[in-house]
Design a binder for this molecule. Structure first.
Ligand SMILES: [Fe+2]
Length: 416
């Protein structure tokens, strides 16, 4: 008997096994020679042979088959040929077993990964559907059923009915079978489904998001309307104390808005300038009404008192959080480019662009319309003033925009 366990204990192979590994065919080895190669003492004096043959299929070597026979044998005998055939059969069997094991492992790996994807797709909050080249729905996940308001059985193999363009994001107005309206955002990408080109559409229910947006817009509109109503009340309050300038602020607001638009400002900025125009003289509330309504030329002291309306207006408005520099415009609407204005005598770039617009509109309106202490000088004189002092007192761009809207007769003061 071969002391196999002892041989295996050596872990490395003897030259006989190594030789068998590297070549085809059966190699007979004397048992005692094989044992000696491992340093194991001879068993007995009987002649016994170990046949070594490698177990190989194509280029794959699986191991060595060793057979002990009680006689001396040489290569090429019937026994060695039979052993060679047996080794080929065993190697083929091992090859089949190995291939099948690999396939089973791959299938198990694939089905585990399929299951994982299936779970992800089914658990997705976004609707996922596959539409084939003929426009038929081939797959829907539960979220898509919910968004489309229809069960899978009523969707599969039915026409999707909407154009699916890869790379585009579109909003869909959907009506479910229950009549419930929904808005969905759809993004499409190209995929291969069951070996054919198809479209993968991702649907996201944005109904709530859209509703929130609409509610917010409505709230802002309401807020804007309430703010404008409040501004209207403030304007009326100021003008009630100063009937001669009634309508002045509204006309300045109208002209400021027209100039701002002509200059190409955004509607958001235009809105702020209009609003500032409506209340730019709010500080007059702090000036005694006898001075405001005095039907004669003002004394120096009285004029100094009038001048305080800019700061007073700023002090009132600075506490209000407008999305525009309304308080600053009220403060600076009598400032001039060359620093000759009031209350601070600031110059050019120190003045807010919006205040430069209201300043020109204010001067033009004041000269074109009647004042408590004098009749109107007329529009011509008003425009001459801004032309004469263009780039000196008044901003060049603002003056040019103002002249253009009057020249093109696109603007007229409302006299009411
Ligand atoms: Fe003013």
């Amino acid at each position: 008997m071969i002391p196999k366990v002892e041989m295996l204990r050596y872990q490395s192979l003897s030259r006989y096994e190594k030789k068998s590994f590297s070549r085809r065919g059966v190699s007979p080895v004397d048992l005692n020679d094989l044992l000696a190669a491992y340093g194991i003492p001879r068993e007995d004096d009987q002649k016994r042979t170990v046949l070594l043959v490698r177990l190989a299929h194509e280029d794959r070597v699986y191991g060595i088959l060793m057979a002990l026979i009680r006689m001396g044998l040489s290569a090429g005998s019937e026994e060695t040929e039979l052993l060679g055939e047996l080794a080929d059969e065993i190697a083929f069997g091992l090859h089949v077993l190995e291939t099948q094991t690999k396939n089973v492992r791959n299938e198990m790996r694939l089905s585990a990964s399929e299951e994982r994807y299936f779970k992800i797709i089914n658990g997705s909050a976004d609707g996922i559907l596959i539409v084939d080249e003929a426009g038929l729905i081939r797959f829907v996940n539960p979220a898509a059923e919910k968004i489309l308001g229809r069960k899978m059985e009523r969707l599969i193999n039915q026409p999707f009915g909407l154009p699916v363009v890869a790379g585009e994001s579109v909003e869909l107005d959907l009506v479910g079978v229950d009549g419930k309206m929904a808005i969905a955002e759809m993004r499409v990408s190209e995929i291969e489904h069951e070996g054919r080109k198809a479209s993968l559409a991702m649907l996201r229910d944005i109904t709530l998001h859209k509703q929130t947006q609409a509610d917010l817009k409505e709230a802002l509109t309401k807020l804007g309307r309430a703010m404008m109503a409040t501004i209207g009340v403030v304007t009326m309050t100021v003008e009630a104390r100063d009937p001669y300038t009634a309508g002045h602020q509204r006309r300045v607001a109208d002209l400021s808005r027209a100039i701002a638009r002509e200059m190409g400002n955004s509607e958001q900025i235009v809105e702020g300038i209009y609003l500032a125009g409506l209340i730019h003289d709010i500080g007059k509330i702090a000036v005694p009404s006898e001075i405001l309504t005095k039907p004669a030329r003002l004394s120096k002291t009285e004029f100094e008192l009038i001048k305080t309306h800019c700061q007073a207006g700023y002090d009132i408005l600075k506490e209000v959080e407008f999305p525009w520099p309304v308080a600053g415009i009220a403060l600076q609407h009598h400032e001039r480019i060359d620093g000759s204005g009031y209350p601070r005598g600031i110059k050019a770039d120190e003045i807010l662009p919006e205040a430069k617009i209201v300043a020109v509109a204010d001067v033009v309106e004041a000269m074109a319309m009647d004042r408590p202490y004098r009749p109107a000088m007329g529009l011509e004189a008003a425009l001459k003033e801004i032309v004469d002092y263009k780039g000196v007192r008044y901003d060049i761009t603002v003056v040019e925009a103002c002249l253009k809207i009057f020249e093109e007769s696109s603007f007229q003061f409302n006299r009411s």
